[in-house]
Design a protein around this ligand. Structure first.
Ligand SMILES: Nc1nc2c(ncn2[C@@H]2O[C@H](COP(=O)(O)OP(=O)(O)O)[C@@H](O)[C@H]2O)c(=O)[nH]1
Ligand SMILES: [Mg+2]
Length: 145
């Protein structure tokens, strides 16, 4: 990382809030960078590694538990936000949960002006799955890089 990014990530970073529904999103005051991927792909672990803290985004062995958008303020006052997106493609998830996930994600991707980038993590042991193509096409339709 460059000196600037190292400085940013060694400064204050804090959990802001979880949004299980769109009405709970924080005010869109700063740019957002989100991490998406299948349940258990390592989104939370990557965020923790990036910001060099062990337990900012909770990482777990139990897939499919985080069904909310989790927001983290980087800087105080925040200069941007990291968003830990709910995992998808968890085989045991009920149909209703999957549908709710689709609505939440679609609305967030399409309507969030401050969302500047989404990183889609792929588990190299499994390759790109249909659910990964699915989110990539949602991103395309929402014109998000
Ligand atoms: N082998 C391996 N395991 C990882 C890696 N990143 C995370 N894990 C493990 O995979 C599990 C799920 O990680 P987590 O970050 O909670 O995934 P999330 O559901 O995408 O947020 C945890 O037990 C992590 O310790 C990685 O790069 N390699
Ligand atoms: Mg997670």
């Amino acid at each position: 990382m460059t000196e600037t990014t190292t400085k940013i990530f060694s400064g204050p970073i804090s959990f802001l809030k979880s949004a299980p529904k769109l009405e709970f999103l924080p005010e869109p005051t700063v740019p957002e960078i989100a991490f998406a991927g299948r349940s258990n792909v390592g989104k939370s672990s990557l965020i923790n590694a990036l910001v060099n803290r062990n337990n900012l985004a909770r990482a777990s062995n139990t897939p499919g538990r985080t069904q909310e958008l989790n927001f983290f303020d980087v800087g105080d006052p925040a200069v941007f936000r990291i968003v830990d997106m709910p995992g998808y493609g968890y085989a045991k998830a009920p149909v209703k949960t999957v549908q709710q996930w689709r609505y939440l994600i679609n609305d967030y991707l399409r309507g969030r002006v401050v969302l500047k980038r989404v990183f889609v993590l792929i588990d190299s042991r499994h390759g790109i799955k249909e659910v990964d193509h699915d989110i990539m096409s949602m991103l395309d339709k929402a014109a998000i890089s």
